[in-house]
Design a protein around this ligand. Sequence first.
Ligand code: COA
Length: 167
Amino acid sequence: MKQHVAPFGDGTVVLRLVEERDLETILAWRNRDEARVWFKNSAKIAFDAHLAWYRSYLQKEDDFFFLVEADGEPVGQCGIYDIDKVSGRAEVGRFLVAPEMAGNGFIGRSCAEIIRFGTGFLNLSYLFLEVMEQNTKAIRLYARQGFVEESRSAGLIRMGLSPDTTS
Ligand SMILES: CC(C)(COP(=O)(O)OP(=O)(O)OC[C@H]1O[C@@H](n2cnc3c(N)ncnc32)[C@H](O)[C@@H]1OP(=O)(O)O)[C@@H](O)C(=O)NCCC(=O)NCCS
């Protein structure tokens, strides 16, 4: 069973766990041609498949999927998953902005909050992500939050963050 996480944020964005009532909204963001091409599974996802994925996610203890809100409105999503408390590592991702909210800094702030959640609340010492090498907007955003490229292969860049070794 998934641990409940109380909403958290920086005063501008609030991250709260995704609920079933959010699925239609976030699937519409995810299925836009401009967005889906940047995900490893870039096919359009049917609502039933999305719901099935969400229900299996609910059973997982190592995965937290957040809706990002600003002024009480949904503005994006992000997640932290494959959380391994033994090795102190996890992957972050699923970053996606509501199209009309792009460029307001909400996802950069969300990335900072996910880092704070991973290193503070979950006590992890290493976070990583994968991003397509042509996704320069996302790469810039991650680099601003302290992620550095560690390797690249087959068009994907792996970026890592070890808060202990960054200032
Ligand atoms: C990548 C993605 C999540 C970024 O969302 P975003 O809303 O543009 O992110 P932010 O607003 O936080 O930051 C992006 C830009 O806004 C600028 N910005 C930040 N705060 C700002 C503010 N208060 N006012 C104006 N601009 C601001 C940043 O400088 C940045 O500019 P840059 O792209 O020229 O470097 C979005 O483009 C997206 O959903 N892409 C499709 C899915 C995707 O690629 N996900 C990542 C998969 S790895």
